[in-house]
Design a protein around this ligand. Structure first.
Ligand code: ADP
Ligand code: MG
Length: 367
């Protein structure tokens, strides 16, 4: 039996920058997708997940191109892309279980994709470079699920290290692991809401960023992405851009700068500076990028009143999901209790709180 586990991830800073060739700083967290696969002698792959009643079955020689419109599309996408990458896939019975919450912005999708890809590679006794696996999983999500997500999630799930955050340059895919000091705790809090807007607004923001780049390129022909634009350049060209596009660009450009500064703060062990950057990131996502929501704003507001917190912000795509909080380690347990209690009192909903201590990336536990 092949056994793989892949973690989820929380993004500390660098939100909505990964499709603008920018910087992100995620860390893997100790909540997992587990995949167990047993080889079969025929050409069939069955996949069942403890989260969904309907299993999926695929004939490897006739992988369907049409979407089922549910979780099985992720599995289908991974199989198609592995086969397209030249992997001689083998039949298998696959069982998926998870301790990671689905759809909460902690990247259960990438975690599932990577866990399944590693299991199918192990079943085929094949190996593949991790950058290629990440790209392939991203492609599966683009082509076969229809979500145009960036490359951050797959990278974080595959390449993270315990006790480190991962500064990733999404243009060059260069990774720097930055140690997270013992005296810092990362606490993740789930608002328990997910507004239906999330997917359509995500694609709308991407389009607005692309529109901004196209307009700016008329006077700045050398820029390829918002990554290449500084705040000064953007301010000089404010008049060329529709007001909304200008604000979207301003978020991306300042967030990219904040991600760089955050890495500096973390390298220096300056938790107060890092916390301020998290706070500024939230304001920018709320006001300029407009991807927050009342529940996220409430969760962040409460967090900032609690002793021991350095900073708090929404994390992930937005419109619900989780906040990430940087807290003094010796205050983390009390912080989590007080945050949960106050959020429940104010909203009537009991939030889930997760330990965000950085863990290692995906591992094949048994092949
Ligand atoms: P997130 O990545 O933030 O958790 P997404 O909406 O991107 O949220 O991905 C969630 C989807 O990924 C699920 O609805 C399901 O289709 C798929 N998925 C993730 N984990 C699993 C799992 N353990 N079993 C089956 N499908 C999964
Ligand atoms: Mg996802």
């Amino acid at each position: 039996v092949i056994e793989v586990r892949a973690p989820g991830r929380v993004n500390l800073i660098g939100e909505h920058t990964d499709y603008n060739d920018g910087f992100v700083m995620p860390a893997a967290i100790g909540y997992y997708t587990h995949v167990r696969a047993r080889r079969r002698d025929d050409r069939i792959v069955t996949v069942r997940s403890d989260r969904f009643p309907e299993p999926a079955a695929f004939q490897l020689d006739r992988l369907p191109r049409t979407r089922r419109g549910d979780w099985a599309d992720y599995a289908r996408g991974i199989l198609i892309e592995l086969a397209a990458g030249g992997i001689a896939l083998r039949g298998a019975d696959v069982l998926v279980t998870a301790t990671l919450p689905l759809g909460a912005g902690l990247s259960s999708s990438a975690s599932f994709e990577i866990a399944l890809a590693l299991a199918m590679l192990a079943a085929a006794e094949a190996s593949m470079e991790s950058t290629e696996i990440a790209r392939l999983a991203q492609c599966a999500e683009h082509e076969h699920v229809g979500i145009r997500s960036g490359i951050m999630d797959q990278f974080a799930v595959l390449r993270s290290h315990a006790h480190h955050a991962m500064l990733l340059d999404t243009r060059t895919l260069e990774v720097e692991l930055v140690p997270v000091p013992e005296r810092a705790a990362i606490v993740v809090a789930n608002t328990m809401v997910k507004h239906a807007l999330a997917a359509s607004e995500y694609n709308a923001r991407r389009a607005e960023c692309e529109a901004g780049v196209r307009i700016l390129q008329q006077t700045l022909p050398r820029i390829r992405a918002l990554r290449d634009v500084t705040l000064e350049m953007l301010e000089q060209h404010e008049a060329d851009l529709p007001a909304v596009v200008y604000r979207r660009c301003r978020h991306v450009v300042t967030e990219d700068a904040r991600a760089g500064e955050a890495a500096n703060a973390l390298r220096a062990g300056n938790l107060a500076a890092l916390g301020s950057l998290l706070n500024a990131s939230h304001e920018s996502l709320k006001n300029d990028y407009e991807v927050s929501c009342p529940e996220l704003d409430r969760m962040v507001e409460i967090a900032r009143t609690i002793e021991g917190v350095y900073g708090a912000r929404m994390t992930g795509g937005g419109f619900g999901g989780c906040t990430v909080n940087l807290v003094a380690a010796d205050r983390a347990a009390a912080f989590a209790r007080r945050l949960a209690r106050a959020y429940r009192t104010q909203t009537g909903t009991m939030p889930e709180i997760y330990d965000g201590t950085p863990v290692d990336g995906a591992q094949v536990l048994h092949a």
